[in-house]
Design a protein around this ligand. Structure first.
Ligand code: IPE
Ligand code: IPE
Ligand code: MG
Length: 238
């Protein structure tokens, strides 16, 4: 990975990534869409290694959206099984790397019990790790997250404020997103971290997710470092 040109003092603390383009990657090769999802596993692991090398503390990836239930039943079923087996296959390796695994999203009846069990096991196994937090957004939607947060405040009769809402998001410890990446050339947010990414720097890359590697992450961080973050003010904060 070429990190020589990067400023070690301006590494984004929280990088979020929409892992998009698996279906197109497979179609281009005459394969099934689900083969594209399988090929995304290597991309994810490489991106995690890249994030660790760069010293990124929070990496959040979009694995299944609240809208992805609209896909054909076979694809949805595949994704449930695939995510379950990926956790079983990879969690020991991630644990050894010092990665703390967390999940954000709705734990509703549509998510298979056996997947929920593996999610809980992965969280429990890695809960004391401190090198990097890998958050997997599963059955996640930013709007659903805000509705759930506001509902819990309303149920308690609590006062609504930005900090009150932030404290009721799926992971209140999650810091705001610094760098928000989407692969596959789509220029859409698709309901990913709409609250946490309010002031994120958005980087869109043409690469389809299964071809994404740590080098692409380093390039995105390089682009991030060129940006002047103003947060509504006038001068760069750095
Ligand atoms: C992203 O790849 C993975 C999920 C949404 C689960 P897609 O499956 O959306 O791939 P494209 O966008 O159809 O190419
Ligand atoms: C967003 O990608 C969700 C994930 C990557 C998990 P989609 O492929 O579902 O988004 P749209 O439909 O192109 O907006
Ligand atoms: Mg897509």
């Amino acid at each position: 990975m070429d990190i020589s040109g990067l400023d070690p003092d301006r590494i984004p603390a929280h990088v979020a990534c929409v892992m998009d383009g698996n279906g197109r990657w497979a179609q281009q090769r005459g394969l099934k869409r689900t083969d594209g999802h399988s090929a995304g596993e290597e991309a994810l692991l490489d991106a995690i290694h890249g994030a660790l090398d760069l010293g990124i503390s929070w990496l959040t990836v979009y694995a299944f959206s609240t809208e992805n239930w609209r896909r054909p039943t076979d694809e949805v079923r595949f994704l449930m099984g695939f995510n379950e087996s990926l956790l079983v296959r990879r969690r020991d390796e991630l644990h050894e790397l010092g990665v703390r695994i967390r999940f954000i999203g709705r734990r509703d009846w549509r998510v298979p019990k056996r997947l929920l069990k593996q999610m809980d096991r992965s969280v429990d196994l890695t809960k004391h790790n401190a090198r990097m937090t890998l958050t997997i957004a599963f059955n996640y939607g930013g709007r659903a997250e805000l509705v759930d947060a506001v509902k819990s405040l309303v149920d308690e009769g609590a006062k609504l404020s930005e900090s009150a809402i932030a404290s009721r998001l799926y992971d209140p410890e999650m810091p705001e997103v610094d760098l928000w990446i989407r692969t596959s050339g789509e220029h859409r947010i698709s309901n990913f971290l709409i609250w946490q990414a309010a002031y994120a720097e958005l980087v869109f890359v043409e690469t389809l997710w299964p071809d994404f590697r740590r080098e692409h992450l380093a390039v995105a961080v390089g682009e991030y470092q060129q940006r002047d973050r103003r947060f509504g003010g006038l001068k760069s904060q750095s």
